[in-house]
Design a protein around this ligand. Structure first.
Ligand code: FMN
Length: 406
């Protein structure tokens, strides 16, 4: 089956047929009018490559480093809540696929499989994503759990002081586990393989929270807890506080403005993720790719700049690198693979993206991903992106951080 899948769109179509509508819609949606969700993809697609010939592209190298760790591609799996509802044990399967492929996996605070579950099932260290909650004792314990599990970086997401509204989720009555009303029951029963796998796992609630946060012993108490817990009062002082408690590599996610990027660096970020949460938070915000050049120009020499939002192919990876990113994160691209074919689907997503990246590099006359620069792109069609200054004394894909043993 995986061999007849030729692109991420194929995996998306298959996932739509295999995942109950309530959870498929949760993935394939953005906030309000979804204008930022759409812009992430269309703005990326508007960047045209500079085709080069006669360059000897016999050997192509996509290997790189992220946060000092060697990886087969400059790409990490983004934190995505509820991946364990897209496919039973989803976070474990995705983490395993990422580890085998040689790229980092990021576990969300609101995952179904817990930090301990993933650490027990997957040999490679992973990154842990943190949302700032009002219950600071819970945050301290969560950080300790991530450290005890051997997580190699903490990803602090700042673009969610309140939750953006996705109309489809409201209409579908999204909850975990799903409410067993007639409509949800019929959409789930129309996906019998999904149901059978779900019945076969014990992981069906928020593994990092239920049983760990004060007063949250079941999923119903969880819903009430979450609505009270997202902390709107977060400032850069809290980021410094997190950095101190964590003590390891800190990635600040959800940056869309050059001034915020500078503040993140000043607060101790070892890397930032230029991100609008995949168009799920501030509808009407710029696409990530259009915000990237100004941010990379502001802080790209002091910190690693990752970017996510709309990456669906190896061509998109090359566009992001050319526009100033050290690496990218993918959200929906791997979730579609997961929903379609479980672990094999995530592996297929990664294989497709790597193959597409290799071919695109070859046709642009680039043999090493570290050599991708602004000149891989001819002038952008949308004109929104400011010029990315040519790197001085350092190649775009090269990190300032020392390479670590993995
Ligand atoms: C279904 C879904 C759940 C997400 N959950 C989280 C989350 O728990 N924490 C977080 O920091 N970002 C979350 N995100 C945002 C992703 O980390 C990432 O920024 C986004 O998916 C990138 O856009 P893309 O899906 O177009 O690749 C989520 C995204 C999706 C699609």
């Amino acid at each position: 089956m995986a061999d007849t899948i030729t692109c991420v769109d194929d995996l998306q179509r298959l996932a739509r047929r295999r995942v109950p509508k309530i959870f498929y819609d949760y993935v394939d949606s953005g906030s309000w009018t979804e204008s930022t969700y759409r812009a992430n993809e269309t703005d990326l697609g508007s960047l045209r490559f500079r085709q080069r010939v006669g360059c000897n592209v016999e050997a192509i190298r996509t290997a790189s480093t992220l946060l000092g760790h060697a990886c087969s591609l400059p790409l990490a799996l983004a934190p995505t809540g509820l991946a364990g509802m897209v496919h039973a044990d989803g976070e474990i399967l995705a983490a395993r696929a990422a580890a085998r492929f040689g790229v980092p996996f990021t576990l969300s605070t609101v995952s179904i499989c817990s930090i301990e579950d993933v650490a027990e099932q997957v040999a490679q260290p992973f990154w842990f994503q943190l949302y700032m909650m009002k219950d600071r004792d819970f945050i301290v314990r969560l950080i300790e759990r991530a450290r005890d599990a051997g997580c190699s970086a903490l990803v602090l997401t700042l673009d969610l002081p309140i939750q953006g509204q996705r109309h489809k989720d409201v209409r579908n009555g999204l909850s975990v586990p799903p409410k067993l009303n007639v409509r949800n029951l019929s959409t789930m029963l129309s996906r019998p393989a999904w149901c059978a796998r779900m019945l076969g796992t014990r992981r069906r609630t928020f593994g990092n929270i239920v049983g760990h946060a004060k007063g949250v012993s079941d999923t119903f108490a969880f819903a009430e807890w979450v609505s009270r817990q997202f902390d709107r009062s977060v400032t850069w002082d809290d980021v410094r506080w997190i950095k101190r408690h964590w003590g390891g590599r800190l990635i600040v996610k959800g940056i869309l403005d050059a001034d915020d990027a500078r503040l993140a660096v000043a607060a101790g970020a070892d890397a930032i993720v230029v991100s609008n949460h995949g168009g799920r938070q501030l509808d009407g915000a710029p696409s990530s790719i259009s915000a990237l050049p100004a941010i990379a120009a502001a802080v790209g020499r002091q910190t690693e700049v990752l970017m996510d939002g709309g990456i669906r192919s190896g061509q998109d990876v090359l566009r992001a690198l050319a526009w100033g990113a050290h690496g990218v994160m993918i959200g929906r691209a791997f979730l579609y693979g997961l929903g379609a074919l479980g672990e094999a689907g995530v592996t297929r997503t990664l294989e497709l993206i790597q193959k597409e990246l290799e071919s695109t590099m070859a046709l642009c006359g680039i043999t090493d991903v570290a050599d991708v620069g602004r000149d891989a792109i001819v002038s952008p069609a949308h004109g929104a992106a400011p010029a990315w200054p040519e790197p001085v004394g350092r190649r775009v894909g090269e990190s300032n951080l020392p390479v670590l043993a993995s």
